[in-house]
Design a protein around this ligand. Structure first.
Ligand SMILES: Nc1ncnc2c1ncn2[C@@H]1O[C@H](COP(=O)(O)OP(=O)(O)OP(=O)(O)O)[C@@H](O)[C@H]1O
Ligand SMILES: [Mg+2]
Length: 244
């Protein structure tokens, strides 16, 4: 059964339409990369899936069930988790407490097990569990942000621009964790502006421009021909006929 399917979804803020009719159906256990320039609607797409931004039209199905007007919290309990752009940690709380907040519905033993999994995925967190999130480096904060989302044991993890503002070596560390997560059965939708990064890990890719999907394709094909993707991204070869 399809994990997630959006059909022609439109959403925005007040009168502004930020995403205008986007349909996607990521394969379960795969990584879908979403790229596009500033303001293309990438974050709004993720927010519409989590239920933070309401749909103006279209539908979102989760395991065959229409999500409709389900609140973000109910969707989270069904297994949809998001790592927001800019990390958004509780800066006065410790790393450990930030992680635990991601699993507040779970029983104590279960929370401990999940915490151990997150530390296995991001070993640098082990020695800073007691530190305030506010004093962490950007890379550490990003690991905590991803870790917190994973504490809910999601089936689908939405990640918004994890590389933003981080040194390349730290970004490597975050990206190395993604295929390992996929192996555990988590499906990922990854938003980035850095095309090359997404290309390394994406099974499939979509390109957004001004709220619409202008291209979609297979990650492997784009890896064979990265120039084609750059051209699409820059809007150079996007014509009516190319539009997916
Ligand atoms: N909270 C908001 N209130 C009003 N308008 C918003 C809000 N968030 C985004 N927008 C607008 O919606 C459109 C899409 O924005 P969105 O943040 O989804 O784009 P994005 O692709 O994530 O961009 P970026 O790469 O800069 O993060 C833009 O025109 C933006 O100005
Ligand atoms: Mg964004």
């Amino acid at each position: 059964m399809t994990l997630l399917r959006t059909t022609n979804i439109r959403a925005g803020y007040g009168d502004l339409i930020a995403i205008n009719g986007i349909s996607l159906e990521p394969s379960e256990g795969s990584l879908l990369g979403v790229i596009g320039p500033n303001g293309a609607g990438k974050s709004t797409l993720l927010r519409a899936i989590t239920g933070v931004v309401p749909l103006k039209s279209g539908s979102i199905e989760w395991r065959g069930e229409e999500l409709g007007k389900l609140t973000a919290d109910k969707r989270a309990r069904k297994g949809i988790a998001m790592v927001q752009e800019g990390r958004r940690l509780f800066k006065s709380l410790s790393v450990k407490d930030n992680l635990l907040l991601g699993a507040f519905h779970a029983k104590r033993a279960e929370r401990a097990a999940r915490e151990a999994e997150v530390i296995e995925l991001f070993p640098p967190l082990k020695n800073i569990l007691g530190r305030n999130a506010g004093v962490l480096s950007g890379g550490e904060q990003q690991m905590v942000a991803v870790g917190r989302a994973l504490m809910a044991r999601p089936s689908c993890l939405l990640i918004d621009e994890p590389s933003l503002g981080l040194a390349p070596i730290i970004v490597d560390e975050i990206y190395e964790a993604l295929p390992r997560l996929i192996e555990t059965g988590v499906s990922i939708i990854l938003v980035e502006q850095e095309v090359g990064r997404v290309l390394e890990v994406a099974d499939n890719l979509i390109v957004l421009h001004e709220g619409t999907k202008v291209y979609e394709g297979d990650g492997e094909e784009f890896r064979q021909n990265p120039d084609a993707l750059t051209a699409v991204y820059l809007g150079q070869t996007v014509t009516e006929g190319d539009a997916a």
